[in-house]
Design a binder for this molecule. Sequence first.
Ligand code: ADP
Ligand code: MG
Length: 393
Amino acid sequence: MAKLSVERLECRGKTVLVRVDYNVPVENGRVSDDTRIRASLPTLRHLIGQGAKLVLVSHLGRPKAKPEARYSLRPVAVRLQELLGKPVVFCEATIGPQAQAAASDLQPGGVLLLENVRFHPGEEKNDAAFAKELATLAQAYVSDAFGTVHRAHASTAGVAKYFTKAAAGLLIAKELEFLGRCVYQPVHPYVAILGGAKVEDKIAVIRSLLDRADSLLIGGAMAYTFLKAQGHGIGKSLLDSPHVGLAGELMAEAKQRGKALLLPSDHRVASEPKDGATATVCGIDIPPDMMGLDIGPETATRFGAEIARAKLVVWNGPMGMFELPAFAEGTFSIARAMAKSSAITVVGGGDSVAAVNEAGLADKMTHVSTGGGASLEFLEGKKLPGIEVLSDA
Ligand code: ADP
Ligand code: MG
């Protein structure tokens, strides 16, 4: 790994500003899913073991650059304290005298959580004065919030230049290791699977995947834009009409470069996507009054065969509206095929990761990314601002 890891950061007795991702759901003042808090524990325990003083900073939700009680990180401090089994001090300020005082009161191994960094307008603007203020709280910086490294905000990027050392936490180090392999040293056959609904967001990644991957499997709502470009009937399925032309170009490009671009050849359809809907299987052309909501069994078999041959599989985006049980099978079949394969398997994207968890197969994957947008941009080969600012190893 080309970036300095927290394991090599000299931090005994030093105050360390740690950017964590505590953007967790809070219901009735309690954290209802603590996955992201648990994910930060290895880095925190490492720093505590080194006798560092920890100042944690995170965002939660999308407050409008001012304090909003429902986006307070206080419930997170409570849960973190339970998980760490040691006191966590919560500070109602993020910068300023109150935060300064709380940081200087820390003992070696002590932990302080600052209030939501997005309560300040300077955060998302990556304001230099705000970043500098944050930096005065500590002597070293550790970033472990992979989900936000594609955004150049004050706490994820701007703050780093005020420190002599900026290190990658253990979560980010793991992301760089596995996603880095997909970009810089892909093993072949490399199969990329794309699905989900955000065609516009994902179309750029298709182009760059054509540089590295050998086959591209496209499912989910994205697929209909491609099928439309081929002249197939897509009924009432989701269509990104402005991108039909681009979908056509990408298919031509894949063909010209000798890459396989596989689309669904059958579908699970219904007249509308509602709870309790029953699925019917149809061939490649979807009847006018029907909506494609999942890949069909033949497609699942074709995609499964590609996965079985692969040495590297990257997956982003479900194959159907898996939130409805009638349309979950295609997505689960991909998860099973990946779990069974001996390839390096990497899953990214909030909904795809949720599907893999629901299938109980997360521990069968080589790497489950904690970043949706960030992992896609990384796979595109883009430089991520929050990674670029870290010190070299
Ligand atoms: P990820 O979070 O893994 O990046 P996306 O957010 O792009 O994935 O897409 C996930 C969403 O796509 C899910 O809510 C799912 O219901 C929806 N989706 C997938 N296939 C279809 C489809 N055929 N029709 C409508 N919605 C779909
Ligand atoms: Mg999503």
